[in-house]
Design a protein around this ligand. Sequence first.
Ligand code: ZN
Length: 181
Amino acid sequence: MKRSLPGVSWKAIGILALVTAFLAAITFYALLSRRKPGAGEDVPPGRSIRAVFETHYSLCGCVMVEEREFEGGKLDLVSLSGTPVWQLAGAREGLSCFFRVVKDYCPEHSRFRLITLKDGVVAVYRGKRAVDGFLFKSYPELQEDLMTPDTRQALTTGVLVEGDPREVDQTVKLYLEGIID
Ligand SMILES: [Zn+2]
């Protein structure tokens, strides 16, 4: 008994020392790895390049401009979505400019319809605003005078409908069917 006691103690001290060293190593490693990103040394200089992409929508005349950044100094046109393919238009203020013409309406004019009143009847516009050139259809039979005050108020403000371009007009039609019983 007497001889084994010091042995147990030394073993315990040894284990304690090992555990302490292990914990110290973990703490040291954690501190090291935490310092790295903060110092900003490991962020690569990254020769990224920027380019401008313009999409012209021929049916409404809208132009969407996007600026994109490419890592690694290489323009990756393959990864860009959509057709038709991009054409190089030139350089502007040091940025490469690409363009393409899409024979369609822009996302706003294809996905949105505004139902409102015009000259006392219901009018449906392409897009989010009642702009003359974008009057989609007017309904002479849906007269303001025949509506409930609530419906008239809603349409005076304008009811915006959004949906898939292939379905949005069907949604508008369903809405209009509910206007006048
Ligand atoms: Zn448009």
